[in-house]
Design a protein around this ligand. Structure first.
Ligand SMILES: O=C(O)C1=C[C@@H](OP(=O)(O)O)[C@@H](O)[C@H](O)C1
Ligand SMILES: C=C(OP(=O)(O)O)C(=O)O
Length: 458
């Protein structure tokens, strides 16, 4: 539909501009029909962006097979190009786009550059320590939503390593890192209670510091690092590329100085992004299979194996295929999601249609994700007639009859997919800005349409 008024000239003050208009996507409703399907999803965001970054640091050209192609991975590619790496697309065997070949960066250029982080935590946290290896002034900025995401421990760590960082005292985006042609390294103490990405960011580059890195986490009030499987993923990927990492002491990581070995790697599919599709089986009493599920993985999305049975679903990994069968009646859960916070929006969507109350714990740090996810989930579930409430470290969701309406997504891909899950069993749900799923899964609307349109394959 055309807007009723002519476009507002850019010169007018903000207050005169109309509120942003996002498309409202009618979420497919299946009612009583069980969703039965089999599908795979594109590559893991977390693995793709780690391997891309490590390729730029490696001792030779590297190849990523079946990588993710999404907004977050493109932002990482552009960031690494800005720092001097070459990244090329080459034909591959993946179902979701070409492979990527990366020629490592040369660190000698001095021309200042700007890096757009979008809303990608992996770009805004992982790339600044890489900029420290070069000789450029690198300015980092991102979406309005990125400017409020926690960044302080990365900025302070860079200063602790001797770098000059201009941040106007905010400890957030935008800021400029002044590379001084190398980092000596040594010991650092950070508080990573707000994000595991602070730990991963420093570990990923630590081997390229002259003396390596000894990193310790000391959380305020003794609190731990959330999303620990993501730190374990970082450690495992580094070891696979020949980097010596000692994580034998809790909350302490020792990275020895040395090269990052060039590699050729197949990226696993994104198990977190498989979540909404598996949730479709749970809320509709259907059956969804995901072939090529890894036997062993560091992806937090592997937690679906424990999480979905807690709702009464059957879950089985057999012959490399993960299959979820939904229960006749979805019961609520009491779960600590501190290890897998990025799954929480999908989990909350299932809780919203469950028949008994749920409690989700250990996810206070979701307030610093793409949006304040605890507030957003409460607002959107309750807008549809639900009964959700924030707690200090999570959510309580009680059963309530839901009705149709708008489910806002707050530029958050996982809010958008949570709305789609609810919309399967609640008629007339309109998800605002489904295109925001392009952050990590641009194919979401197509895959979702295929999911609800098929009754074969599982
Ligand atoms: O390192 C990573 O790839 C990620 C770590 C986690 O961040 P937090 O520790 O901030 O939750 C996760 O939620 C995010 O989606 C991806
Ligand atoms: C928290 C998330 O993303 P990011 O990598 O931007 O932190 C997420 O994908 O759920």
């Amino acid at each position: 539909m055309n807007p009723p008024e002519a476009p507002v000239p850019a010169a007018l003050p903000d207050a005169a501009e109309p509120a942003p208009q996002h498309e409202l996507w009618p979420a497919p409703f299946v009612g009583d029909r069980p969703v039965v399907a089999s599908l795979t999803v594109p590559g893991s965001k977390s693995l793709t962006n780690r391997y891309l970054l490590l390729a730029a640091l490696a001792d030779g050209p590297c190849r990523l097979r079946s990588p993710l192609h999404s907004r977050d991975s493109r932002l990482m590619v552009e960031a690494l190009r800005a720092l001097g790496a070459r990244v090329e697309e080459v034909e591959g065997a993946g179902d979701f786009g070409p492979d990527l070949v990366v020629t490592p960066a040369s660190w000698d250029d001095t021309e200042p550059v700007t890096v757009d982080c979008g809303l990608a935590g992996t770009v805004m946290r992982f790339v600044p320590p890489v900029a420290a290896l070069g000789r450029r002034a690198v300015t980092f900025d991102g979406d309005p939503g990125a400017r409020v995401r926690p960044m302080g421990p990365v900025v302070e760590a860079l200063r602790g390593l001797g770098l000059r960082v201009e941040d106007e005292g905010r400890g957030r985006l935008p800021f400029t890192v002044h590379g001084a042609g190398g980092v000596r390294g040594g010991e650092l103490v950070i508080d990573a209670t707000a994000s595991s990405q602070f730990v991963s960011a420093l570990l990923l580059v630590g081997a390229r510091f002259e003396e390596g890195l000894v990193l310790r986490h000391r959380g305020a009030d003794g609190r731990g690092v959330p999303s620990m499987p993501h730190v374990e993923m970082t450690v495992e990927v580094l070891r696979e590329l020949g980097v010596d990492v000692d994580d034998s002491v809790p909350d302490e990581w020792r990275v020895a100085p040395g090269p990052v070995r060039a590699f050729d790697v197949e990226i696993e599919q994104d198990l977190s992004n498989a979540g909404p599709f598996l949730a479709a089986a749970v809320v509709t009493g259907g059956r969804v299979s995901v072939p090529r599920w890894p036997e062993r993985t560091t992806q937090g999305g592997d937690h679906w194996k424990q999480i979905l049975p807690a709702f009464g679903a059957e879950a089985e990994l057999a012959g490399g295929t993960f299959t979820v069968g939904g229960p006749a009646v979805v019961t609520g859960v009491d779960l600590d999601l501190s290890e897998a916070g990025e799954l929480a929006p999908t989990v909350a969507a299932i809780c919203a249609v469950a028949t008994t109350p749920s409690r989700l714990r250990g996810i206070a740090h979701l307030r610093g994700h793409e949006t304040d996810r605890l507030a957003a989930l409460v607002a959107e579930i309750n807008r549809l007639g639900g009964d959700a409430e924030e707690t200090e470290d999570g959510l309580v969701v009680r059963p309530a009859p839901l009705h149709g309406g708008t489910f806002r997504s707050y530029e958050d891909h996982r809010m958008a997919t949570a709305g789609a899950v609810v919309g399967l069993v609640v008629p007339d749900v309109l998800v605002e800005n489904i295109a925001t799923t392009a952050k990590t899964l641009p194919e979401f609307p197509r895959l979702w349409a295929e999911l609800v349109g098929t009754d074969r394959g599982a």
